[in-house]
Every structure is written in structure tokens, then in C-alpha cells.
Design a protein around this ligand. Structure first.
Ligand SMILES: [Zn+2]
Length: 133
């Protein structure tokens, strides 16, 4: 892992701890894994475990889909799955029409929505004060 990845991993772990505390839910554990599983990240529900695959060559943008697959963005997506599991969010999530490239089901649509909300909350707070849609 490169130094900047180590720093991003530390920030991501702190984000997960803080988010779990703020929402009063069980804490998820974040670990790196040497196994790619064909993915950048993985959430293991039963273990409340967020796994991220990081190598010095891991890109921050997917070369195929151009999505943000940085370590922090990946952890934010997997944290979305944890929040969903702990708070039963999917039951009332207004999934609607497809918005993201990676949205094969409601759970992934929710995780992607939470990812955006986590990595740029100030944008949503700013917008929420100024416009109604
Ligand atoms: Zn996912």
C-alpha cells in the first residue's frame, strides 16, 4: 500500500467508526484483503466486515466504467451496505429509475446513493438549503 493509500485507509476507518457511533449501530470492521474477488470492496453482512482490495496499482477511477473506485469511495459504498443492514433502509428506499452505472438491484442503488452522500455531504446540505425538487 502506498503512503497516500495508508492515509486514506486510516481516514476511512475513522469515518466508519464515527458513522456507526452517530447512528447508534454496531460498528463495522474495515480490513484490507489481498484477494480481489473481482471487486474493489466487499461487505460481509454476518461478520459486519468491510473488505477493501488495495494494491499500489489499484486505480482511483475504474478504467472500464470511469466510476470513482478510490479507497474512500469504496469504503463509503460498503458502509452504505452496513447502514442498510443495521437500519433496514432498503424497505423504504425510493429506488425509482436507474441513476448509477452500477445499480443491479435496490441494495446496490442504496449503497451508491449513500456513497455519494458520504463522500460529499456538504454538497447535499448546501443544495438542501437552497433548492426544492
Ligand atoms: Zn455493493
Amino acid at each position: 500500500m502506498k503512503e497516500e493509500q495508508r492515509e486514506a485507509f486510516k481516514r476511512s476507518k475513522a469515518l466508519v467508526t464515527r458513522t456507526c457511533e452517530l447512528n447508534g449501530i454496531a460498528r463495522a470492521v474495515v480490513q484490507t484483503t489481498p484477494i480481489a474477488y473481482g471487486l474493489y470492496g466487499l461487505y460481509l453482512r454476518a461478520e459486519k466486515l468491510i473488505l477493501v482490495h488495495v494494491t499500489p496499482r489499484t486505480p482511483s477511477v475504474c478504467t472500464e466504467c470511469r466510476e470513482d473506485v478510490s479507497l474512500e469511495s469504496t469504503v463509503a459504498h460498503e458502509l452504505g451496505h452496513h447502514l442498510d443492514e443495521e437500519l433496514f433502509l432498503r424497505r423504504s428506499f425510493p429506488c425509482g429509475e436507474r441513476v448509477f452505472n452500477y445499480e443491479p438491484n435496490a441494495g446496490e442503488a442504496l449503497a451508491e446513493s449513500i456513497r455519494l452522500f458520504i463522500i460529499a455531504p456538504e454538497r447535499f446540505q448546501w443544495l438542501n438549503k437552497r433548492i426544492r425538487v
